[in-house]
Design a binder for this molecule. Structure first.
Ligand SMILES: NC(=O)c1ccc[n+]([C@@H]2O[C@H](COP(=O)([O-])OP(=O)(O)OC[C@H]3O[C@@H](n4cnc5c(N)ncnc54)[C@H](O)[C@@H]3O)[C@@H](O)[C@H]2O)c1
Length: 366
């Protein structure tokens, strides 16, 4: 295989990649006047810890909605947020907030165990509901939220934020059009030191990001999961896990998650018959790197790197928040709807079971 043909293949791929730098979800943003209802939606943000204020900032910046209320049982958190947004109503009681007739939609950014009771109360009170990932602490809870939302004809969306990045949108296009051929295997590493959660293990905290990306770009579910891990920081709750997913067509995926790693790592590698893609979310530019192999070459022929650094730099969380508003107004199904949240929980449950049983667990039989 000549180097010239290898470089040419890389150039063709680069041209393809540069042809459309606006992912469909971002393009949706420009269609803001398509809304059926023009009155601004009144929102409440429930949970004002680390992530809630990020959601608040993004919703506050968007047209056609206004955050009127914040809620957190911790008065210090409420005061900290109100020092930045003094005109917001503040409450320590989420029951009162979800029942309020002034609120059209509720945004939940609380710890995992409280997602279900708050989201259930919100849907029962007729509010459109956005819940942070993971949608609930069990698949039964997630299913109940889904049927409630369907029954009430309300929007239920889960915060699978990475789906709203330009990189994952581009990754989806590349995998779908076969740019790197048939997928052989995928690895993911999501690790850092610190930011340990008290109410779940690292699997439920970090793996949802990778699992949501995989479900989106692969459009299929694993048949089997095998998970092992250890709780060094807190016995009984794993802070490092290795999760293997096997698919019926032979594709296999390995995900490594840790709260106990000196370096922050957010990386996925997709290996295919025609090339490979590395998605490194911590790269300031060129988060997606493509490695192309010359056409019809053997797998042993080294692939040439093609870097992409032109993707839209807009904040994914803003895209996600806008998408929620669009779905409420246009009565459309979110990209990360309740069902996708529920499917993800079934994988996490199977992985938990595998951790306990110390053997692979079939997903289809569950
Ligand atoms: N999508 C993402 O990229 C992303 C990033 C970070 C966190 N998250 C998710 O957001 C959620 C919150 O994470 P965090 O890091 O902000 O946690 P956090 O512990 O920093 O904040 C949670 C806040 O919720 C409050 N709270 C607890 N129970 C409540 C209740 N019943 N009503 C109102 N408030 C309540 C707590 O007092 C706290 O201030 C988690 O589900 C997490 O997985 C998502």
């Amino acid at each position: 295989m000549s180097r010239t043909s290898s470089v040419k293949n890389a150039e063709t791929l680069a041209a393809f990649l540069h042809s459309d730098s606006r992912p469909p979800v971002l393009r949706e943003l420009s269609r803001q006047n398509n809304h059926r209802f023009q009155a601004p939606l009144n929102l409440a943000i429930i949970g004002c810890g680390y992530w809630g204020p990020n959601l608040l900032r993004n919703f506050q910046d968007l047209p056609h909605c206004r955050v009127t209320t914040i809620c957190d049982p911790d008065n210090d958190r409420l005061s900290a947020v109100r020092s930045l947004y003094s005109d917001l109503n503040a409450s320590t009681d989420c029951t009162e907030v979800v029942a309020s007739s002034e609120i059209d939609a509720v945004i939940i950014a609380t710890p995992l165990r409280s997602h279900f009771p708050i989201a259930k109360a919100a849907l029962e009170a007729g509010k459109h509901t956005f819940v942070e990932k993971p949608i609930a602490a069990s698949s039964c809870e997630a299913e109940e939220l889904n049927s409630l939302a369907r029954r009430q004809r309300l929007t239920l969306m889960v915060g699978h934020t990475f789906l709203y990045t330009a990189e994952v949108q581009k990754l989806n296009e590349l995998i779908t059009c076969g740019a790197i051929g048939r997928l052989l295997y995928i690895t993911a590493r999501r690790m850092h030191d610190g930011l340990v959660r008290k109410d779940c293990n690292v699997l439920w905290d970090l793996a949802p990001h990778d699992l949501s990306i995989l479900a989106y770009v692969l459009r299929k579910s694993p048949a089997r999961v095998l998970c092992s891990g250890h709780g060094y920081l807190r016995p009984g709750a794993e802070d490092v896990v290795s999760l293997q997913l096997s698919y019926n067509d032979g594709l296999f995926v390995t995900i490594l998650c840790s709260w106990l790693n000196p370096r922050k790592i957010r990386e996925m590698t997709f290996v295919g018959t025609k090339g490979m893609i590395v998605y490194d979310d911590l790269e300031p530019v060129g988060k997606l790197r493509i490695y192309a192999r010359p056409p019809d070459s053997r797998l042993s022929v080294p692939a040439q790197p093609v870097s992409i650094d032109h993707l839209d730099k807009g904040e994914p969380l803003r895209v996600e928040c806008q998408h929620f508003l669009d779905c409420v107004r246009n009565e459309t199904t979110p990209l990360s709807d309740g069902s996708s949240g529920s499917a993800l929980i079934r994988i996490l449950e199977a992985a938990d079971e595998s951790l306990i049983l110390r053997k692979a667990v079939e997903l289809e039989s569950r």
